[in-house]
Design a protein around this ligand. Structure first.
Ligand SMILES: Cc1cc2nc3c(=O)[nH]c(=O)nc-3n(C[C@H](O)[C@H](O)[C@H](O)COP(=O)(O)OP(=O)(O)OC[C@H]3O[C@@H](n4cnc5c(N)ncnc54)[C@H](O)[C@@H]3O)c2cc1C
Length: 450
């Protein structure tokens, strides 16, 4: 029987989706769907708030930096660096003590051997020799990963929300349905009901890269159905036990969201007082990481406006989300201007307090130094910022950091299964992509008659 190249749908064009697509497109035809309106990258992207400033302000409002420990990811970073997609961020890193404004430079921190005294790190910024950022913004890193996909075999579909995945046991294929969405995030079910789903095609395998897909009341909610199997359509095996795909989906839907907020704040002139460019913040109830975005390579502006970003603590986000939940009555609760007005002032005040306090090298006491009034302040909610504990990925054709049901040609990858951070999301996606293409090719590719 004639065989054609297998077709795979990848749901999500964040780091995991991009790396899965790159690996898959070596041997399969890939369609890469993402509902985002700002291009690829997911949480590794950047924000360009509307405003009067020319050129527009930009902030890495999600992922702040990349570090690499795994040899294959280090090699990928070297390629991205050569291509100009990322660059080394050689800056003044360290710990900022919120209680007295003291800044302890990275070089002066206790060594790894006395790790008990070592403050918490933020994605390796205090422990890695090489710290990278995307250029000209974090989107550069994601665009660089996109360019690793085979152009001939990859189709990118942006602003498309996948709303249902249905596997037919008879044809051994997946029917993928979705809706076209605008820039704003909306409830996926509501959008599907309003606009009607459209057929996005038939695929030999699907790779899901966002935990939101399995979670109701999110913009990415998606239905997963198994047709023509012995069970009741939920993907259980004939003996009633969960298949790898069904077990994975169930775990995804039960994973509690761990939310965070980020603050984007710009000052009219560069701040000369704070003796650092990025700091892990100790003892603040509100801010865990504070970074001078404009100190990243290539970010300086002729008008002198200086951009900073701050990442909230988990405790602060938990408290805010308890008051202003992610979903109400099972429906997505969008982050409107009114919603964010409950967050921005507290984060802004804490950032100003931290910056002022750091100006005198800790000797003035917190709140003492001078920092001009900001010219721009905004906040952003990340409903699922980092996974609290990644889901288990065992069984079937699963491997480290990804789940794979080889029988049903279903895989899940991303930080919710591989662990938080760009490096782990990349490894998860790459390994899942490899496992899926191996399995598809081992079963003889796709039958032309399907
Ligand atoms: C504030 C913040 C700071 C961070 N800082 C760092 C850092 O400094 N260093 C670091 O290494 N990591 C950092 N991280 C974590 C890092 O960004 C993530 O771990 C990583 O980017 C996750 O990539 P991913 O591909 O797994 O998921 P995502 O980036 O979330 O990608 C999933 C994609 O799927 C899409 N999607 C979901 N559902 C659907 C659907 N139904 N249809 C179509 N598309 C869909 C989404 O739009 C999204 O683009 C930070 C995260 C946050 C929030």
């Amino acid at each position: 029987m004639a065989q054609v190249t297998p077709r795979v749908a990848v749901i999500g064009a964040g780091i995991a989706g991009l790396s899965a697509a790159a690996k898959l497109s070596e041997r399969c035809v890939v369609e890469l769907f993402d509902m985002g309106g700002r291009g690829v990258g997911g949480r590794a992207s950047s924000s360009r708030p509307a405003g009067e400033t020319t050129p527009p302000l930009t902030f890495d409002h999600g992922c702040q930096l990349l570090t690499a420990t795994d040899a294959s990811f280090r090699a990928r970073c070297a390629t991205l660096e050569r291509a100009g997609a990322i660059a080394r961020w050689d800056a003044r890193f360290g710990v900022l003590r919120a209680r007295d404004g003291a800044f302890i430079a990275k070089a002066d921190l206790p060594t790894k051997t006395s790790s008990d005294d070592r403050p918490p790190d933020f994605f390796g910024v205090l422990s890695s020799e090489d710290v990278f950022v995307g250029t000209p913004t974090m989107v550069g890193a994601s665009d660089g990963l996109l360019s690793a996909c085979s152009i001939a075999r990859t189709t990118q579909r942006q602003r498309v929300c996948v709303t249902s995945l249905t596997r037919s046991a008879k044809t051994r294929s997946w029917r993928v349905m979705g809706v076209d969405v605008g820039r704003k995030r909306v409830d996926a079910k509501e959008a599907a009901a309003k606009m009607g789903e459209r057929d996005l095609g038939s695929f030999d395998a699907v790779v899901v890269t966002d935990v939101m897909c399995a979670t109701s009341g999110t913009p990415g909610s998606c239905a997963l159905t198994f047709e023509g199997e012995d069970g009741d359509g939920d993907g259980s095996d004939s003996d009633g036990s969960d298949s790898v795909a069904a077990a994975c989906w169930r775990e995804m839907s039960a994973l509690p969201p761990q939310s965070l907020f980020s603050l984007m704040i710009a000052f009219p002139t560069p701040l000369t007082g704070p003796p650092f460019d990025a700091a892990v913040v100790e003892d603040s109830d509100v801010v865990q990481f504070l970074s001078r975005d404009s100190s990243k390579p290539g970010r300086g502006r002729d008008d002198g406006v200086e951009c900073w970003t701050a990442v909230s603590t988990e405790a602060f986000a938990r408290e805010m989300v308890a008051r202003a939940p992610l979903s109400v009555d099972g429906k997505y609760n969008p982050q409107t201007a009114e919603y964010l007005a409950q967050i921005t002032p507290t984060m802004r005040d804490e950032v100003l307090r931290l910056l002022r306090g750091s100006c005198g090298g800790g000797t003035h006491g917190i709140g003492a130094g001078s920092v001009p009034a900001p010219v721009h302040v905004a906040s952003q909610r990340w409903g699922n910022a980092f996974p609290s504990t990644p889901i288990a990925s065992g069984g079937g054709g699963s491997g480290p950091g990804f789940a794979h049901d080889a029988t049903r040609a279903f895989a899940a990858c991303g930080d919710f299964v591989g662990g938080a951070g760009v490096e782990r999301a990349w490894l998860s996606g790459t390994r899942a992509g490899e496992a899926v293409s191996e399995a598809l090719l081992a079963r003889g590719g796709r039958r032309a008659s399907l």
